[in-house]
Design a binder for this molecule. Structure first.
Ligand SMILES: *Cc1c(COP(=O)(O)O)cnc(C)c1O
Length: 426
């Protein structure tokens, strides 16, 4: 028995499903999850000391590659000075200033410890600020696991085929209107019927929890116009895309300015940091200035903030994102070429350091199209690549990530493995 299997069996005794976050369990692809012992640059090593080229990157945070020496040293230095104070620190001001200076839509920002907390609070804030209850979200977009957002969400829910979580009361989701991504007419219709009751529209402006789906031309612009017209807030959930697709997230790429933005993943550099920020008048409605309550014992934790700040500083190097996208494109174009050479219907897309792989003939633009992908073939591809030492996300509905440490040799090694794998899948 492999050590991974021994550990998994043991984990299942005391941890539900053996994991602390569902997709890690390999349920949708089958097989034994790899227990990771260490990581460096583009690589992770499992409990059997097998090395993998990693395209999960801790689900997004590891944009510099794992264990970047500057980030690790900064974390060590911070830890020596104490792990948590429950009182404000100068580093929190610094990271807030960095976020506000890089994202033009953010005037004020509050730190939390996860993406879930950020989106949950942004929704509460939108409701408190507007005095309205209803929210619009899109099918296949995942915004963390707060009750009102766990309706037809992506990521793990999509992977396991549950439209909505058990344990979420009907009353909680009655105020959540779920529409189709890229269907602006449906949004217009919803506002025409209940615009006075809609507090906000929340969206992954490039969706990364139903594989990768880009917004159609005019879609984000249309959402902006409708929200402005009806006095609703537009929330960009950039937990995944923030500082990942470009220096200003999707708001920078699209030129569309949200009222609120949620962040996590990259801004923690591998440590638990989330944030929500936006218009000062809206943010001032949060306690202690306003009546919308939010708090956190470990919010702005000094060690976590140190990791985030060190990461954000390194991302500011000129040409960082151009290089990242170039590497992602070498990967997606190389994979597409090799799949087609083996006559396998496949396509791929990338933006910044984020990519999507689809076992479809055309790049999907909607939830329906992405759901039609050949998940059986994905499973075979996933396991065959894993056997070749390439670690992709264990689900057909998750975006992948390259880091700055994925150099040409790493991409080439991946493509060589894919050539062998696609030939077998044929
Ligand atoms: C990961 C993710 C979340 C949830 O963040 P957690 O830190 O896992 O709670 C929310 N929204 C999006 C878009 C995400 O990708």
């Amino acid at each position: 028995m492999t050590r991974n299997q021994v550990l998994f069996d043991r984990a299942c005794q005391t941890i539900p499903g053996g994991v602390n976050s569902p997709v890690r369990a390999f349920r949708s692809v089958g097989g034994t999850p790899r227990f990771i012992t260490r990581a460096k640059g583009p690589y992770v090593w499992d409990a059997d000391n097998v090395r993998y080229i990693d395209y999960v990157g801790s689900w997004g945070p590891a944009i510099l590659g794992h264990a970047h020496p500057v980030v690790v040293q900064t974390v060590r230095d911070a830890a020596v000075n104490g792990l948590s104070f429950g009182a404000p620190t100068e580093a929190e001001i610094e990271i807030a200033e960095v976020i506000a200076s890089r994202l033009p839509s953010v005037e004020k920002v509050r730190l939390v410890s996860s993406g879930t907390e950020a989106t949950m609070t942004a929704i509460r804030l939108a409701r408190g600020f507007t005095g309205r209850n209803k929210i619009i979200k899109f099918e296949g977009c995942y915004h963390g696991h707060a009750d009102s957002l766990l309706v037809k969400a992506g990521s793990g829910l999509l992977t396991f085929g549950n439209p909505t979580s058990a344990g979420v009361p009907e009353a909680f989701v009655q105020n959540t209107l779920v529409l189709d991504f890229n269907d602006l007419a449906a949004v217009r219709e919803a506002f025409a019927q209940q615009g006075e009751d809609i507090a906000c529209v929340i969206i992954e402006p490039i969706a990364g929890n139903m594989n990768l789906i880009k917004p159609a031309a005019g879609f984000l612009e249309g959402l902006r116009e409708l929200c402005t017209q009806y006095g609703a807030l537009l929330i960009f959930d950039e937990v995944m895309t923030g500082f990942r697709v470009g220096p200003q997230g999707v708001q920078g790429l699209s030129g569309v300015t949200p009222d609120l933005t949620t962040l996590a993943k990259v801004i923690g550099g591998g440590m638990p940091v989330g944030a929500f920020g936006g218009r000062a008048d809206v943010m001032n409605a949060i306690a202690p200035l306003g009546g919308v309550y939010q708090a956190g014992t470990l919010s702005g934790n000094p060690v976590a903030v140190a990791a985030g700040l060190a990461t954000l500083k390194l991302l500011a190097e000129p040409g960082f994102y151009e290089h990242l996208e170039q590497q992602a494109r070498k990967l997606t174009e190389g994979l597409t070429e090799r799949a087609h050479a083996a006559a396998i219907p496949f396509c791929a897309d990338a933006v910044g350091g984020m990519f999507g792989l689809y076992f479809t003939k055309q790049i999907p633009t909607s939830f329906a199209e992405v759901s039609a992908a050949d998940t059986e073939r994905f499973k075979q591809f996933f396991h065959a690549m894993l056997n070749q030492g390439i670690y992709f996300a264990p689900s057909a509905f998750e975006a992948g990530f390259v880091s700055a440490a994925h150099d040409d040799a790493v991409i080439e090694a991946t493509l060589d493995a894919a050539e062998i794998v696609f030939a077998k899948l044929r």
